[in-house]
Design a protein around this ligand. Structure first.
Ligand code: NAD
Length: 552
C-alpha cells in the first residue's frame, strides 16, 4: 500500500507494506514551506560554512554515536516502513552509512585540501596557481524509497562535511524514516537550519527544485530525473541524477558456479529486487547454464519470505502496490513471449506470518497502531512477490529492457565473450554490472568493455556500500556521481587562485597593441604555446622588445 497524500488534506499517510497497517501520518509541506526551508538553509549556511573541519567531524561522529545507540530501533523502523527484512536494514543501510560517516568525517579535509596546479611555462614568469574548494550553499536531497535511510543520511553527511546546509525531502512512502534521519542530526547537536526535513510528495519536491537551491542530489526514476533536470535548468541549478538500472551479471564457464549462484540470488532478491543495482539480467555461458540455473533454483527454494521483523526471513515485502503491478506485468509479458518460470512467478499471499518476537519500539510516530495490524488485515496484504527465476529469455523481450525493480531473475545464455559483452551493453541503462570468471585478465578485459558506472569482477551489487568509491551511471542511469572524491567534488565549487609573485613588468599581451605586438604573438604561438622551454628561449629577445614597448 502506498503512503499517499489524503485528498484535500495536508497529510501523508505511511503504511507498513508487509501488513497493510497504518504506521502514522505526517504533515505534507506546501510549496511555500518548501521554499522557506531553502531560505532557512541559506541563512544557516552563513555560519555553517565558517565551521572548521574539526567541528564538522565532531558532530558527524556524534551523529554516528546516536545511530549506534538507537540501531535496533532504527533498523526496525526501516524494516517496518519499507518492507525489507530487519537483517537488510542493518547490513544494507546501517553498516554502510556508518562506514561512510566515519570516512568523510575523517577524510573530507584531506580530500578537499587546496591543491597547487602545474601551469607550465607561466611558472617561469613568477606565476602560481592553486585550487580551493568552496561549499555550494543549500544542497537539496530528494531520495527514492528503496534505501530511504542510508542514501539521504550518507549524502547529507558528505554535503555537511563539505560545508553546505541540507534540505531533505524523503520519499512519500517513507516519511518516518526521513524524520529519523533529521532527528539523528538534531540529537548530535547540528545547528538549527543546517539539516531540514521537508516531507511531501512529488509536488513538494518540485517546489524545492523551483526554489533554486545550490545543488540537487536526486535519486529516483528516469522520468522524474528528466523533469528535475528541466526544472533545474531554469535557475541553472546543478544536479546529480542517480536513476534506474537494468544491471547484467555475466557468468563464464570457468566461474565458481556455487558462489556465482549464491551471489545471483542475493543480487537479484535482496530488498525484494528493489535496488537500482539489482541483478536484473543474468547471462551465462551455454555450457554451464543448466548447472547454474539448478543451483540458483535450489538456493531460491530455501529462502523464507515474510514480515521483515522475523530473523529467519530473507525476502520481505515490496514497497508499493505500483511496484508489484510492474513486476506482474513484466512476468506476464515474459510468459507470453515464451519464457519459462523455474520458480516463483506470483504474489505470495501466505507470506504474512505473525511472529512471536516483535521489534516493538516505534519512536517514529508514537502511534499505537504502529506495526499492529490485525492478522486478518495482514493475511490480505498483497505486497509480497515470490522470488522468481525465469529461463528461455532474450533481449527482445520487454522485461529484459525495462527496469523491473522486483524479485525476478531472468537467465539468458551466450556462446562467446563478444556476445556476452554485446548482450550486456544492449540497454538504455548503465549503472552497474558484474563479471564472473576465474581468469582475472579476462574479467578485467570484459569489465572495461561494459558500459556501466561500476563493474565488479566476482562480486555483485554492493559497491554503493563502499562510500570511498564513486557511484553513478552511464546512459540513462544518471549524471554525476555520489560517494568517493568524485562525489564530494559535486558538492563544492572549485575556486582557482592565481598569483603573480613578481608583478614588476606589464604582460606582453596587454594593451596597446602594435605591429611589434602581433609579431610577438605570432612567434609565441609557435614557441611558448608549444610548451617547449627550448623553443620559448628563442622568442625571448622578441618578448623583451615587446615588454619594453609597453613599459615606456
Ligand atoms: P520517483 O522518481 O518516483 O521518486 C523519487 C523522488 O522524487 C521521491 O522523493 C518523489 O517524491 C520525488 N519527486 C517525484 N516527482 C518529482 C518532481 N517533479 N520534482 C521533484 N521531486 C519529485 O522514484 P522512486 O519510485 O521513488 O524510486 C525508484 C527509482 O529510483 C528506480 O528507478 C531506481 O532504480 C532508482 N534508484 C536509483 C539509485 C541510484 O543510485 N542510481 C538508487 C536508488 C533508487
Amino acid at each position: 500500500m502506498d503512503a499517499v497524500a489524503l485528498e484535500g488534506s495536508k497529510e501523508l499517510v505511511s503504511y507498513n507494506p508487509a501488513t497493510g497497517a497504518e504506521i502514522g501520518r505526517v504533515p505534507l509541506a506546501s510549496g511555500k514551506e518548501a521554499a522557506a526551508a531553502v531560505e532557512q538553509g541559506r541563512i544557516a549556511f552563513d555560519n555553517w560554512r565558517k565551521t572548521s573541519f574539526a567541528e564538522r567531524k565532531r558532530l558527524v561522529m556524534k551523529a554516528r554515536e546516536v545511530l549506534i545507540a538507537e540501531m535496533d530501533e532504527i533498523a526496525a523502523l526501516i524494516s517496518r516502513e519499507s518492507g525489507k527484512p530487519f537483517a537488510e536494514a542493518l547490513s544494507m543501510e546501517i553498516v554502510p552509512v556508518l562506514d561512510l560517516m566515519q570516512y568523510f568525517a575523517r577524510r573530507t579535509e584531506k580530500l578537499l585540501r587546496p591543491r597547487r596546479i602545474g601551469i607550465g611555462l607561466y611558472a617561469l614568469m613568477g606565476r602560481s596557481s592553486k585550487i580551493i574548494f568552496k561549499p555550494k550553499g543549500v544542497v537539496c536531497i530528494i531520495p527514492a524509497w528503496n534505501y530511504p535511510f542510508s542514501i539521504p543520511l550518507g549524502e547529507a553527511t558528505m554535503a555537511l562535511m563539505a560545508g553546505n546546509t541540507v534540505v531533505i525531502k524523503p520519499s512519500e512512502l517513507t516519511p518516518f524514516i526521513g524524520l529519523k534521519v533529521g532527528e539523528i542530526f538534531e540529537k548530535a547537536g547540528f545547528p538549527a537550519g543546517s539539516v531540514q526535513i521537508v516531507n511531501g510528495d512529488g509536488s513538494t519536491g518540485a517546489a524545492l527544485v523551483e526554489a533554486g537551491p545550490d545543488k540537487i542530489m536526486f535519486t529516483g526514476s528516469v522520468a522524474t530525473g528528466k523533469k528535475i533536470a528541466a526544472a533545474a535548468a531554469k535557475e541553472l541549478t546543478s544536479t546529480v541524477l542517480e536513476l534506474g538500472g537494468k544491471d547484467p551479471m555475466i557468468v563464464f564457464e570457468d566461474a565458481n558456479l556455487e558462489l556465482a549462484a549464491q551471489a545471483a540470488v542475493w543480487g537479484a532478491f535482496c530488498n525484494s529486487g528493489q535496488s537500482c543495482s539489482s541483478v536484473e539480467r543474468l547471462y551465462v555461458h551455454e555450457s554451464v547454464a543448466d548447472t547454474l540455473t539448478k543451483l540458483i533454483v535450489e538456493k531460491t527454494r530455501a529462502l523464507k519470505q515474510g514480515t521483515g521483523d522475523r530473523e529467519d526471513v530473507s525476502i520481505g515485502a515490496m514497497s508499493s502496490e505500483r511496484q508489484v503491478t510492474i513486476v506482474e506485468d513484466h512476468v506476464a509479458d515474459l510468459i507470453a513471449s515464451g519464457a519459462k518460470i523455474e520458480i516463483g512467478g506470483r504474489r505470495n499471499a501466505d507470506a504474512l506470518v505473525r511472529n512471536e518476537r516483535r521489534f516493538d519500539a516505534d519512536q517514529a510516530s508514537n502511534n499505537s497502531q504502529v506495526g499492529a495490524a490485525s492478522a486478518d488485515e495482514g493475511v490480505r496484504a498483497p505486497l509480497f512477490y515470490e522470488p522468481t527465476v525465469i529461463t528461455n529469455v532474450n533481449n527482445e523481450m520487454r522485461a529484459m529492457q525495462e527496469e523491473t525493480f522486483g524479485p525476478t531473475l531472468p537467465i539468458a545464455t551466450f556462446s562467446t565473450e563478444e556476445e556476452a559483452i554485446r548482450l550486456a551493453n544492449d540497454s538504455e541503462f548503465g549503472l552497474t554490472a558484474s563479471v564472473w570468471t576465474r581468469d582475472r585478465s579476462r574479467g578485467r578485459r570484459v569489465a572495461e568493455q561494459i558500459e556501466a558506472g561500476s563493474v565488479c569482477i566476482n562480486e555483485v551489487l554492493y559497491t554503493h556500500g563502499i562510500g570511498q568509491t564513486p557511484w553513478g551511471g552511464f546512459k540513462n542511469s544518471g549524471r554525476g556521481r555520489t560517494h568517493g572524491r568524485e562525489g564530494l567534488l559535486e558538492l563544492v565549487d572549485p575556486q582557482h587562485i592565481h598569483t603573480n609573485r613578481i608583478a614588476l613588468l606589464p604582460d606582453a599581451w596587454w594593451m596597446p597593441y602594435s605591429a611589434n605586438a602581433i609579431a610577438t604573438f605570432r612567434k609565441m604561438s609557435r614557441t611558448f604555446a608549444s610548451g617547449s622551454l627550448l623553443k620559448t628561449a628563442m622568442v625571448l629577445p622578441q618578448l623583451i622588445k615587446r615588454v619594453r614597448e609597453l613599459w615606456k
